[in-house]
Design a binder for this molecule. Structure first.
Ligand code: TXA
Ligand code: MG
Length: 313
């Protein structure tokens, strides 16, 4: 679908799938209550889960947020356009439905040529969660969006997402930065940029979909483990796929299919391939997917977090 057609649908309060560098988004006019409500319906997402608002210009945050700490500008200047979402106190102009009734709004400038071009042509920012049904695997290709919402669903095809996992989400308590969701921009990078320690949001309270225990799940059973050989033996009669991260030599004779997330232990490459691999294996009729544990550090934190939640066995 071309940008002109997408603009027409969005101007009329409709939904369009948009490419970003992280994952595809399910977009609507962020300032139009009715349009935003359609996102929640299509995704089957509970109304208390706030959406991310996408902008193409740093100045746009003034029309969405107030009392913006200096640190927010420092981060935006350093990492935008890019996979960082910044949570700020919201202005009244942002409808409550967009922010799940919170008094904060999450904002990001995505790094994708087509979507930036589209945003520049619109008179409003775009609210867009990942374009998957609630709790399913996030989409990294236009065809994933069509698989979830139907062949006729309008999607701007921007090719495969270059980064492959969702943005890091950061907010502030006073001047202190708090990470709400791990992503490609690490806590260390944020701390370095701000020259201060950052806190991890660490609560038992489930207030965000990315923090619910089960999420990002394939339909196929998935076990995430640091002892894959034991799992192969325990499930020897099951048709099994193995997602390997490390270059360890496992006895894989009980495994039917192996996918390497990276050739050189590269966490970036692993992040890029993660959802793509899960989608592919999920369509291949395995009885079980076994995923090898990824180191819980740097970008690995985000991958580890997603695979822990994808586990459904
Ligand atoms: O990379 C991304 O961030 C992608 C692309 C499309 O931009 N979007 C994305 O959206 O991952 P979604 O809806 O799947 O995840 C948005 C996350 C949720 O965990 C939501 O709770 C959190 O952002 N969020 C949104 N507004 C928030 C707020 N005001 N305070 C705290 N968290 C917020
Ligand atoms: Mg999502």
């Amino acid at each position: 679908m071309n940008l002109a057609k997408a603009k027409e649908i969005l101007d009329e309060g409709g939904l369009v799938g948009i490419p970003t560098e992280t994952v595809y988004g399910l977009a609507a006019n962020a300032l139009d209550r009715e349009a935003v409500t359609k996102i929640f319906k299509a995704k089957q997402r509970p109304l208390y889960n706030p959406l991310i608002v996408h902008v193409s210009d740093l100045g746009d945050i003034y029309s969405l947020a107030k009392n913006i700490p200096n640190e927010a500008f420092q981060l935006a200047q350093e990492f935008w356009p890019g996979p960082l979402t910044i949570v700020l106190p919201k202005k009244q102009s942002v409808p409550d439905v967009t922010t799940g009734n919170k008094d904060t709004v999450a904002i990001r400038m995505p790094d994708h040529k087509l979507t930036l071009e589209l945003l520049e042509q619109l008179d409003y920012p775009l609210a867009a969660p990942s374009a998957n049904k609630y709790k399913a695997i996030s989409p990294t290709k236009a065809e994933h969006v069509k698989q979830a919402f139907g062949d006729d669903f309008p999607v701007i095809d921007g090719g495969q997402c270059s980064e492959g996992i969702e943005s890091t989400i950061v907010g502030f308590e006073g001047d202190t930065a708090i990470i709400y969701r791990h992503g490609l921009i690490t806590g260390e990078q944020i701390a370095n940029c701000l020259n201060q320690a950052v806190t991890e949001y660490n609560s038992e309270k489930i207030i965000m979909p990315g923090q619910e225990k089960k999420h990002y799940s394939p339909r196929t059973h998935l076990i995430y483990t640091n002892d894959p050989e034991k799992v192969f033996i325990d499930h020897a009669v099951t048709k099994t796929a193995f997602i390997q991260f490390s270059d360890k030599e496992y006895d894989t004779h009980l495994v039917d299919h192996i996918v390497y997330l990276t050739k050189e232990n590269g966490l970036r490459e692993a992040a890029e391939k993660l959802y793509e691999t899960l989608h592919e294996l999920d369509n291949m009729d395995f009885g079980l997917i076994v995923a090898e544990e990824v180191p819980d550090e740097g970008i690995g934190k985000a991958i580890h977090d997603k695979l822990s939640r994808a586990q459904n066995f």
